[in-house]
Structure formats: structure tokens, C-alpha cells
Ligand binder design. Sequence first.
Ligand code: PGA
Length: 252
Amino acid sequence: MRQRLAVGNWKMHGSLPENRDLLDAVAAAAAGLKKAVCAVCVPFPYLAQAQSALAGTRMAWGAQNVSQHPKGAFTGEVSAAMLREFGCRYVLVGHSERRQLFGEGDATVAAKAKAALEAGLTPIVCVGETLAEREAGVTEKVVGRQFGAAAEVLGVKGLASSVLAYEPVWAIGTGKTATPEQAQAVHAFVRGLLARQDAGLANGVPILYGGSVKAANAAELFAMADVDGGLIGGASLAASEFTAICQAADAA
Ligand code: PGA
């Protein structure tokens, strides 16, 4: 059975005192988990805080972005090796906010995923269409292109150590969740793309759904055959919500 995951994406939220309460609460909740892997991806300056609060618990942590370069004159960038020094297990790459607001294209996203893997991190490679793309009927074309660019650079071996996340842009932060059937349809399509690379990959690589996941809809989304868990934005900032979502992933 594929690994079940619930990963929080705090985005640019938090403060040292707020984080302390949230991290303590999610760490305590993680103690009750049996099979799901749960993690929080926090802003860079809070990695040390996450590390000290979560080390030794069942809650992993990670970052929301990484440089594609290993080191050098890249002002403002953070390398994958630096993230490893702070105990990160995961890093998001290609989140739609990075693609849309910071101009990250498919090639950059693929290079970031590769850099993450080379440093021993698990990249969570995000793909997803905009509302205009869905309405134009090109969802599979867009998701296929985004996946293909990563697959070409990572190869079967790299993909086997990665996690994928399908996040329809129209569902992110809008309260407008994809229906379980809409999510399943794209997840099955991505699963098929994995299978075309290698049959074993399709059975092994977790595909998370992201976009307005909350405690109230997590179980029905995670019950779908190809939905292996969630990438959680807003709801990961509330301990009780995120805890319930982690429990739903554990029970799925
Ligand atoms: P949301 O964000 O859960 O707030 O919709 C998801 C994401 O951007 O990863």
C-alpha cells in the first residue's frame, strides 16, 4: 500500500509565539498516528524552531522552496543542503504561488526537485491547472506538461523518491474544493503518467490533493483510490483542523 501523507503548508504565516503553540499541539497529535506520515512546511526562519519542537516526534518538517543551485553567489536563496542541516525531510517545489507570483517555470521546478533529491530531501512536486485552463478543457494537457518536465529531469529513480501533489489553482485558498470525483479523475490521469514511466512507480509514488482541504472534507477526498493524502494550506494553521486531517489520512 502506498504511503499516506498529510503535509501542512504554512505559507508566509506565523510568529515565534504562535508557532510554539501550534507545533506543540501538532506534535502531541502526531503521537497517536499509526501509519500516515505527517509534516509541516514552515517559512525558512522557523525551521530551527520546528526542528527543536518536532525532533523525536512522528511529525516531520520541511520547507516551501529551495534553490536549484548547490551554493554560490545567489543572494536570497537557500540550498537543499542547508535545509538538510535543519533536519528537513520534505520541500515543496513548484507550488502554484511560486509558479504564478515568482515566475518559476517547469524547467526551474524540475531543477529544484533534482537539487532536493541530491541533498537527500523528498521533493513534493506540485502540479495543477488554473480555472481558465480547466474551463478551456486543457487540464490534462497542463498537468501532463508540468509532470513531464519533472519526469524528464528526475527519471524513474528520482520520481520513485518524490511525492506529487495535484493542486488545482482555482481551489487554493478559495474555499472551493475539487469534488472527490474531480480530484480522483486528475489523480488517475497522473497515476497513468507514472505507469507509463514505470509500472512500479505508479504503485509507489504518493499523489496528494491540495486546495481547500479541511477537517470536514478530508476523509471523503482521501477515500478516493488515487488520492494518497493532502497538502494543506489554511487549515494547517489551526491545530485542531490539521490534527483531524492527519487522523483522516491515518484512517484512509
Ligand atoms: P489551501 O492551500 O489549503 O489554503 O487551499 C493549499 C496549498 O496552497 O497548498
